[in-house]
Write a protein that binds this ligand. Structure first.
Ligand code: ADP
Length: 161
């Protein structure tokens, strides 16, 4: 039996922090389903398709990683996929409270679900998609925080000409 986990998030856009969780997750699980939340009520920088394309390029060809998207509740998605381990990354203490609530809520809604947390490496604990978005849209250089293809796409869209 192979052990799979769902790694859900907005990934708008992918950062080196996400990449680190994917790489390290693959040391533990046989495969990962990276599931992009399609949140229609939240304005996003990149479309779901663009986010997946950026991630696919950044991760490279690896049959153990599947990219998918979902709308609505994660528990519904987990049931549909029959995959009940959720992988999440933890940065600072500030992530903990929200993640703790989310993990408990998900388990209330679907008792088979368990959430596994991986701590970030020290080189990516300060990186968040939100900050990358803010800095990039103001023309700042985020190339040390995101994979090269993502930096190029951000520079193309927001960089100084
Ligand atoms: P959200 O799920 O809140 O939309 P993201 O899409 O940015 O957030 O992140 C998806 C997952 O990746 C979350 O579990 C988040 O904690 C984790 N993550 C984000 N940035 C990092 C980072 N720098 N290091 C480790 N994990 C991270």
């Amino acid at each position: 039996m192979s052990h799979l986990a769902i790694y859900p998030g907005s990934f708008d856009p992918i950062t080196n922090g996400h990449l680190s969780i994917i790489r390290r997750g693959l040391e533990i699980f046989d495969g990962l389903v990276v599931a992009v939340l399609n949140n229609t009520s939240k304005e996003s920088l990149f479309s779901v398709e663009e986010r997946i394309e950026l991630m696919r390029d950044a991760v490279g060809r690896d049959p153990r990683v599947e990219f998918d998207s979902f709308e609505g509740l994660l528990v519904e998605y987990a049931r549909r996929r029959q995959t009940f381990v959720v992988l999440r990354g933890l940065r600072a203490v500030s992530d903990f409270e929200y993640e703790f609530q989310l993990a408990n809520m998900n388990r209330k809604l679907e008792p088979r679900i368990d959430t596994l947390f991986m701590m970030t490496g020290e080189d990516s604990f300060y990186i968040s998609s939100r900050l990358v978005r803010e800095v990039a849209t103001l023309g700042g250089d985020v190339s040390s925080m995101v994979p090269p293809n993502c930096a190029a796409k951000l520079a193309q869209r927001f960089g100084k000409q």
